[in-house]
Design a protein around this ligand. Structure first.
Ligand SMILES: [Zn+2]
Length: 274
């Protein structure tokens, strides 16, 4: 009896894996510059003031280029500093004009904004108006996008539509938020790159997360909001500094660059998996 049930289990496991991945390929490996095992990108969202008040000075001191996913309403309030960030070589990327995401956030619904009540056309205009602002005021044309709140839809229920294709049409990459996985360089969809939280975490917690997710040459994209010391939306300035020192040490095996620089490299070098 036992034997029969274990046989049935074996058959069902085998048939499930065959259906789930009919042409699964074994891991092919991936070579990064400088013989690094992994790529890592440091990113910040929203153009929070502390990013240019505190963050860029730390990054510049360590000669690290980060990717900033910005919304014009915040850039306007620190325009000169954001122009300086461009001069320092940081990547400026798009994060919409309105920062619209799910209307479960009451502060968005108070402004009559929610993805549940938005159309793809409205959202496209909102994204392109941010693109125009950044071109006019910072002299850059963003190639990367981050989904506000990590949400990738418009509408609700049976009428829900993905806006991932819209991002794939206008940008080289799109990044989500609060993901549980890093990017497999041979497989990841550039329009839905994963983003890992670093806000509110200690240096040891971040290193533990990197160690857990770095297998198979993963590309890890770290995402923060404020820089300084504060709440769960703040990347601690001292932790950021320690992290930069750690990631830049060749002994630790990381290649540190902006999202678009890594994405260009991965696109060129990957051996696409099914
Ligand atoms: Zn945001």
């Amino acid at each position: 009896m036992l034997k029969i049930s274990s046989l049935i289990m074996t058959i069902s496991v085998l048939s499930f894996s065959a259906i789930a991945n009919p042409e699964s390929q074994k891991y092919l490996g991936f070579n990064y510059p400088h013989k690094a095992q992994n790529a890592v990108s440091i990113t910040f969202d929203d153009a929070r003031h502390s990013q240019v008040d505190v963050g860029t000075a730390i990054l510049n001191r360590h000669q690290v280029k980060a990717t900033f996913y910005v919304s014009p309403f915040n850039v306007k309030q620190r325009l000169t500093q954001w122009q300086d960030a461009v001069k320092s070589g940081h990547e400026i990327a798009n994060h919409t004009s309105s920062h619209v995401c799910t209307g479960n956030f009451e502060w968005l619904r108070a402004q009559d904004l929610s993805l549940e009540h938005t159309t793809l056309k409205w959202l496209e205009n909102d994204i392109l108006s941010a693109q125009q602002y950044l071109k006019d005021h910072l002299g850059v044309t963003p190639r990367a996008f981050a989904y506000p709140c990590g949400n990738t839809f418009v509408g609700r229920g049976i009428d829900t539509k993905s806006y991932v294709p819209l991002i794939a049409k206008h940008f080289d990459s799109g990044r989500t938020w609060l993901d549980e996985s890093a990017n497999n360089p041979n497989f990841t969809d550039f329009a839905q790159l994963t983003g890992l939280r670093i806000d509110g975490m200690s240096f040891d917690e971040i290193i533990t997360m990197l160690d857990q997710l770095r297998e198979n040459n993963a590309w890890l994209i770290l995402a923060g909001h404020e820089v300084g010391n504060g709440d769960q939306y703040t990347t601690d300035a001292k932790v950021l500094e320690q992290l930069l020192v750690y990631l830049k040490d060749p002994a630790n095996g990381y290649w540190l660059d902006t999202v678009s620089n890594v994405s260009d490299y991965v696109r060129q070098q990957r051996k696409p998996l099914n």
